[in-house]
Ligand binder design. Structure first.
Ligand code: SRM
Ligand code: SF4
Length: 687
């Protein structure tokens, strides 16, 4: 038995108001090491899948204490994420101090300023919810919609991790907004901060065994890794714990300390006082469904079912992540890699073992290198696996074979499989606003619908009775929420992060810039003769942190200066390969100089059904660079024919109104409708 893991001592800090239980949170890792040597707490027997904890004496660890980042000290002195936020909330200042800014993240909020405004800073708070598998109850949706109007900037943001963001909440309103969310069975606990973030799972409300199981697992993993010390409820609802009951297997797995994972007497048995070195991200899915961008997560969990479709266990991937720093090659985006297979009874224990391995070994001195991807990169997967196995108490079985991944958007109308329908709606960059927000609210309220947020910033209306399909479709169209066939295919798969004006890390525009960029890409498509229904996955971020996962896109734009972007190429439509940086500092006004030759040669030199991403990877950057450098415009072809359209006034005005909602001209929209119609007729003929 390893007695020193989790042993607590009490430290009283200078401030008399805080007495802190300080655990050896940073130390127990030193007891563990991998195979061989003198100071190990575990041994792995070669012929057995069982790893046993040993009661051998452990050499004292004399290695010098590593430097710790500022945030580590703030966490340690926060009395489990309370101080100094509790005091800062009581002042009349519009903002909170630096330490409280770090602490409030664990409560699900970021302090921000409006970067469009010059002079005095106007402070506000962004709140982010936690919604495992994107599930949002009817009641919570309506509450969030109201809160956005009453206390926010009048919009809701659907995020790339299936949550809501509410921007623009003033400090004086924080308690009322937080408590309203909590009392309506929502939560922002741990939506930000150094802990497990929202757990992704396919948003489709299909009543298939594997999908239901994936969603249940996402909820259980989220519960397992939810903070336990009560700071959230103390801060916002006077300590009243308003939460759903946890499944007993989750409580059992959390409290289990058979393999030295826990701080046994701590208010945070898994996290201790220091929580994790950095944010931590998990996604669960079923084979083929890569709607969750599985390989970009710290842990990717894939359900493995038997021939009768009965879930049996899970494949685990580890070590994905997107964030990087410009011109610092030691930081990089990384794809998760296979770790192994676990049976369904063991999954929570395996997840805990991985989290604890990162807790104990992830770097805490420099936050740029604290994500688990850097630990795995430096150790290699074999060493990582064997350390995890020590905390898990078993060996992983070999990773099971998986079929190809597909991107599934779930847009449009679908059967749920239980007699009801669901309808996936494309929401440009996840921003729910204006007429569309009003319409959505009316529909969700009138038909009493639950919703799901997708990892692609879209929304799914669930549990719709068949008879309601027609009136809902009409109401949606009137609010500008068009069925996918009426949305430009480029928009359907594109994403942009919020960036300016509120994100403090933004270097340039993303959400506000993308409509114009997509229009220009469409124009380039037309110029080089690409068909309307051909598409590429485009993702834009205002900085290299990669919030809209641009490094998985076929064409990624990553802000690297005012009005300039890096161009990343080589991702695939199913998000399974990592893009590479093709060009730096391309000014936004010069994008066509790069895109025109790339799209022109894709059109003319691609292999049958070759995607843009695969084409750019096959050609190689050297060749592509030559093509861009030598580009003098497309060889004149007769790819554009003039088609004049005349309409009566009523039709024109209706068209114009619809077009404005989509930020287009009436002529552009008319051409799209005609093109769609002709394509559909042609497809019909070919079938
Ligand atoms: Fe992110 C920081 C927005 C998903 C990597 N992200 C931020 C902050 C909070 C800026 C800050 O630290 O002050 C942004 C707030 C902007 C605003 O005004 O709203 C922000 N991130 C977002 C969202 C809203 C983008 C979106 O378009 O939806 C996503 C919210 C997710 C959620 O609901 O939990 C969001 N962020 C992501 C993702 C994608 C994902 O998780 O699948 C990533 C890349 C994956 C990863 O983590 O490796 C991501 N965000 C980052 C990073 C870089 C982390 C790193 O490892 O280096 C930062 C900066 C940081 O943590 O220091 C960051
Ligand atoms: Fe902000 Fe950068 Fe994330 Fe965009 S990618 S939201 S600019 S941190």
């Amino acid at each position: 038995m390893i007695t020193s893991i989790g042993a607590a001592n009490t430290t009283v800090f200078n401030d008399p108001k805080i007495q802190i239980q300080r655990f050896n949170g940073l130390k127990p890792c030193k007891l563990l090491s991998v195979h061989g040597g003198g100071k190990f707490g575990f041994s792995v027997s070669a012929d057995s899948s069982i790893v046993r904890a040993l009661s051998t004496s452990v050499k004292p660890d004399n290695s010098p204490e590593l430097k710790r980042s500022k945030v580590e000290i703030i966490k340690e002195q926060s009395n489990y994420i309370r101080y100094p936020l509790n005091e800062e909330l009581l002042t009349n200042n519009p903002n909170i101090n630096e330490s409280a800014t770090q602490v409030i993240k664990f409560h699900g909020s970021y302090q921000q300023t409006n970067r469009d405004e010059r002079g005095t800073k106007s402070y506000s708070f962004m709140l982010r919810t936690k919604n495992p598998c994107g599930k949002v109850s009817n009641r919570l949706y309506l509450v969030m919609d109201d809160l956005a109007d009453q206390f926010g900037i009048g919009t809701l943001r659907l995020t790339t991790r299936q949550t809501f963001q509410l921007h623009g909440v003033l400090k004086k309103d924080l308690t009322v907004v937080m408590s309203t969310i909590i009392r309506n069975m929502g939560s922002t606990l741990g939506a930000c901060g150094d802990l497990n973030r929202n757990v992704l799972a396919p948003a489709a409300p299909l009543s298939r065994k594997d999908y239901l199981f994936a969603q249940e697992m996402a909820e259980n993993i989220a519960a397992l890794l939810t903070p336990q010390s009560g700071f959230y409820y103390d801060m916002w609802v006077d300590g009243e714990r308003i939460m759903s009951a946890e499944p007993p297997e989750v409580v059992k797995a959390r409290n289990d300390n058979s393999h030295g994972t826990n701080f046994p007497d701590s208010a945070e048995p898994i996290y201790g006082t220091q929580f994790l070195p950095r944010k931590f991200k998990i996604a669960v899915t079923v084979p083929t469904d890569n709607s969750v961008d599985i390989l970009t997560n710290d842990i990717g969990v894939v359900i493995i079912s038997d021939e009768d479709g009965e879930p049996q266990g899970f494949n685990l991937y580890v070590g994905g992540g997107m964030g990087r720093t410009h011109r610092l090659e030691t930081t990089f985006p990384r794809l998760a890699e296979p770790l192994g297979y676990v049976s369904k009874e063991d999954i929570l224990y395996a997840i805990k073992a991985i989290v604890v391995t990162q807790r104990e070994n992830g770097r805490r001195d420099d936050r740029k290198y604290s994500r688990m991807k850097y630990l795995i990169s430096s150790w290699g997967i074999e060493k990582f696996r064997s350390v995890v196995e020590q905390y898990y108490g078993k060996k992983f079985e070999p990773f099971r074979n998986l079929p190809e991944w597909e991107f599934k958007s779930y847009l449009g109308w679908h059967e749920q499989g239980n007699g009801h329908l669901f309808c996936g709606l494309h929401v440009d960059n996840g921003r729910v606003k204006g007429a569309m927000k009003k319409t959505l609210r009316e529909i969700i309220e009138k038909y009493n619908l639950n919703v799901r947020i997708t990892p692609n910033q879209n929304l799914i209306l669930c549990d719709i009775r068949r008879g309601c399909k027609r009136p809902i479709t009409t109401a949606l169209a009137q609010g500008g929420l068009l069925q996918p066939r009426y949305v430009d295919p480029l928009n359907l798969t594109s994403m942009a992060c919020p960036a300016l004006p509120l994100c403090p890390l933004a270097i340039t525009e993303a959400e506000r810039g993308i409509p114009e960029i997509l229009k220009r890409v469409r124009a380039v498509f037309e110029k080089v003769g690409l068909k309307y229904n051909e598409s590429v996955v485009i993702r834009i971020t205002g900085c290299p942190n990669g919030c809209a996962r641009p490094y998985m896109a076929e064409l990624g734009f990553v802000g690297d200066g005012p009005n300039s972007y890096q161009i990343w190429l080589g991702g695939t439509p199913n998000q399974t390969s990592l893009a590479k940086c093709f060009m730096n500092k391309v000014k936004v006004q010069d994008l066509e100089k790069v895109l025109e030759p790339l799209f022109y040669y894709w059109r003319h030199r691609r292999q049958v059904k070759e995607s843009f991403g695969d084409f750019t990877s096959r050609m190689g950057f050297e060749k592509l660079q030559q093509l861009v450098d030598k580009w003098e415009g497309p060889v004149a072809t007769s790819s554009r024919f003039n088609l004049k359209v005349f309409a009566n006034r009523q039709t024109y005005e209706a068209m114009d109104e619809l077009a404005k909602l989509e930020n287009k001209t009436a002529h552009q929209l008319a051409m799209e409708v005609i093109r769609d119609y002709v394509a559909a007729q042609q497809n019909g003929k070919n079938e």
